[in-house]
Design a protein around this ligand. Structure first.
Ligand code: A2P
Length: 338
């Protein structure tokens, strides 16, 4: 079997750590693994397949001989270094929002639009979508194919790990402080996140939405290859460590019943139907965390309109929402293109 030289950019971060883990767990054929981060991480080591590897400082020459680069070190790092890597012959799978909406860059969820990967040759970059968008389209694609979704109304309940390691630490420290009657230190988010919900993810835009909300709107249309789907989103940060939950309401062109949705999703790739409310069984963040499946439950007909469905969609934002989706894209690359 052919082996590939792989680099993880942002290897010391929450997503980068998980990328290393997923490469190992899925037995990705890695020949050489290069771990890249900032000067702050110089001298650190990380473990891959039981071997301790040094973290190197990201630089312009980091990509010589590297075939696949998994990037998760922030948008500005990708903007600068993804084209440098591509020029060196490395195919970049970029987890940031830097290139997602560029018309000549594929935006891929392997269960939904694997065929889009073919377009990577134009710029040598494939974009990994926003975490909340990924889990939603994995669950909605089979319904769209059957009944054509006209409109999506989504509200998210997003875990702090999506913001990175500092946010995971902030929730821990604030929780501990408040439980000990001490004042919480607020650094990462504009307000206290422990025991709170913040209807504010990423920056506010002119139209009153946040950038995170508009990512869900625009990326959904691009991945589903259907600009006609109307999407409106409210994205909320909640005091959960891992896994995003979403309340999703859809309106379809063709009538589809809750039972039909359940049976469609029962065979959908990457989806697990968890929907026995009488037994108190429905998707939970603590069950999705650490796993690969997108859990879907609370499937019911929206009685306020003729063709509507409500559901609750939960997935590990660091795995399916980021690292796992990126590695799955890399798997398609090596199986079909490299
Ligand atoms: P470092 O640990 O050296 O700061 P998270 O999303 O969990 O905060 O992680 C962000 C990741 O991006 C980390 O691996 C971080 O490395 C990396 N990173 C941030 N800034 C840079 C930079 N200027 N050059 C290279 N890597 C960076």
């Amino acid at each position: 079997m052919k082996n590939y030289s792989v680099a993880v950019v942002g290897a010391t971060g929450a997503v980068g750590n998980e990328m290393i883990k997923v490469l190992e767990q899925r037995r990705f054929p890695v020949g050489k693994l290069t771990l890249l981060a900032s000067e702050r991480s110089a001298g650190k080591t990380l473990t891959f397949r039981g071997e301790s590897l040094p973290v190197q400082v990201l630089g312009e020459n980091s990509f010589t001989g590297v075939q696949i680069g998994l990037f998760s070190a922030g948008g500005s790092i990708s903007e600068k270094f993804a084209p440098i890597a591509a020029r060196a012959g490395c195919v970049v799978v970029d987890n940031t929002s830097a290139f997602r909406m560029a018309p000549d860059i594929p935006l891929v969820v392997p269960e939904v639009n694997p065929e889009a990967i073919a377009k990577y040759t134009t710029r040598g970059i494939i974009a990994n979508p926003n975490c909340s968008t990924i889990q939603m389209v994995v669950a909605l694609k089979p319904i769209h194919d059957t009944a054509r979704i006209k409109r999506i109304v989504v509200s998210t309940y997003q875990a702090v790990s999506g913001t990175g390691k500092k946010a995971i630490e902030e929730l821990t420290l604030q929780t501990r402080a408040l439980m000990n009657d001490e004042p919480p230190v607020v650094k990462v988010y504009p307000h206290q996140i422990a025991f709170n919900c913040l209807p504010h993810i990423d920056v506010f835009l002119e139209n009153g939405y946040t950038k995170e909300e508009m990512k869900m709107v625009n990326e959904t249309k691009k991945i589903m290859n259907d600009p006609a789907i109307a999407v409106t989103a409210t994205t909320v940060r909640v005091p959960v460590f891992y896994a995003h939950s979403e309340s999703v309401n859809i309106e379809t062109e063709k009538k589809i019943t809750a039972d039909e949705v359940r049976s469609l999703l029962a065979t959908a790739p990457g989806v697990k139907v968890v929907d026995s409310p009488r037994e108190k069984v429905y998707p939970l963040a603590i069950d999705a965390a650490g796993g690969d499946d997108t859990l879907v439950g609370r499937i019911r007909e929206d009685e306020s309109i003729p063709n509507g469905i409500n559901m609750w969609i939960v997935a590990d934002n660091i795995r399916k929402g980021a690292a796992l989706n990126a590695v799955q894209i890399a798997e398609h690359l090596i199986n079909g293109y490299l």
